[in-house]
Design a protein around this ligand. Structure first.
Ligand code: NAG
Length: 328
């Protein structure tokens, strides 16, 4: 009983937390993968920033900071995978706004702009949010098989990253209901319930994210919630005269100048482009799925979803294939 109460309290306090942030002073910037965006950092009523040290860092999931750009007058240095992707806008004398080009999934997060002149240092934080889709994932070898590091690799293989709490929370608000617990990028394990029921934390609990808290990243095993953003390439069902085995499916996409699609590709196409196709097709991880955006008889009648058929025997010639052609 106490546990139930705790869950309810937790859900309530999380709600407050999110709303406070929404209406709070932090700036949020929304982007799609591939976009160029600006992270605003403008200091009103200051004398010229020239000669001040301007430092942009990214705050990582474990609260450590990664350098992005440091500027001191004419001297500028950029770091790591931000090198050659970032520069200062310098729209006027008080502007320390950062331009970040070719946004990728791992750019998601909080950025800190520090203007240091020794007297009154200023700090401004900006959240970079990505438009995208959260999907639960478990691999061929079955449910609850991933430690945190496996989970990171599994999402990466599906053209995705491990979702954040905020991303899962948004997905839950959008109706995601999933009864298997999965890793999030902060090292917690949670699952979203919109329709409380007995096997999923209890029928009489409130809807919300069920939270198992921080788990041992090496020894605990769960599924994972992955996050992916808009596609840079083209996702499609390959029209074929007959059904294919897994190996034939891989080859068929190659012959078409493409690759067999990943789970992240099918979710992005379904959620962000409304892709709808009532044909079960192979994907790169050996699973068979089909995306339904317009529910109808015999094709996911009750909900828009990416339907999961399973991980069939790869030799069975029973399915079509979804391909992905990157734009490079
Ligand atoms: C983003 O900026 C880069 C470099 O400034 C430019 O080459 C590219 O075309 C821009 N992309 C978009 C989508 O505007």
């Amino acid at each position: 009983m106490l546990a139930l109460l705790f869950l309810v309290l937790l859900t309530t306090s999380l709600n407050l937390h999110i709303e406070a942030q929404d209406s709070g002073s932090r700036t949020k910037v929304y982007a799609n993968r591939g976009d160029n965006i600006t992270l605003p950092c403008h200091l009103e009523g200051q004398s010229s920033l020239f000669g001040n040290r301007i430092k942009w860092t990214k705050i990582e999931d474990d609260s450590s900071e990664t350098d992005v750009l440091i500027s001191m007058g004419f001297h500028k240095k950029t770091y790591g995978n931000f090198q050659s992707r970032v520069y200062l806008l310098e729209a006027d004398d008080n502007d320390a706004t950062l331009v970040l080009t070719d946004i990728d999934l791992k750019d998601y997060g909080t950025y800190k702009c520090e203007v240091i002149n020794g007297l009154n240092d200023k700090i401004i934080e900006v959240d970079l949010e990505l438009q995208g889709v959260v999907f639960p994932y478990s691999p061929l070898r079955g449910r609850y098989n991933l430690n945190f590091h496996d989970a990171e690799a599994a999402c990466l293989e599906q053209d995705a990253v491990v979702a954040s709490f905020e991303q899962l929370f948004e997905a839950w608000r959008g109706g995601l209901d999933w009864c298997n617990a999965g890793w999030l990028n902060d090292g917690t394990v949670q699952y979203p319930i919109t329709n409380p029921r007995e096997p999923c934390g209890g029928a009489r609990t409130s809807a919300g994210l069920r939270n198992y808290g921080q788990q041992d990243k090496s020894n605990s095993r769960y599924d994972v919630f992955c996050f992916t953003s808009s596609l840079k390439g083209h996702f499609y069902y390959l029209i074929q005269p007959k059904k294919l085995s897994y190996n034939e499916a891989v080859q068929a996409c190659k012959n078409d100048g493409a690759e067999i699609a990943k789970v992240g590709h099918i979710y992005a196409a379904w959620k962000l482009l409304g892709y709808d196709r009532c044909d079960a097709g192979w994907l790169a991880d050996g699973s068979v799925r089909y995306p339904i955006a317009r529910p109808r008889m015999n094709c996911s009648p009750t909900e828009a979803a990416v339907r999961f058929v399973g991980f069939p025997d790869k030799k069975h010639k029973l399915y079509g294939v979804y391909c992905y052609k990157s734009q490079e």
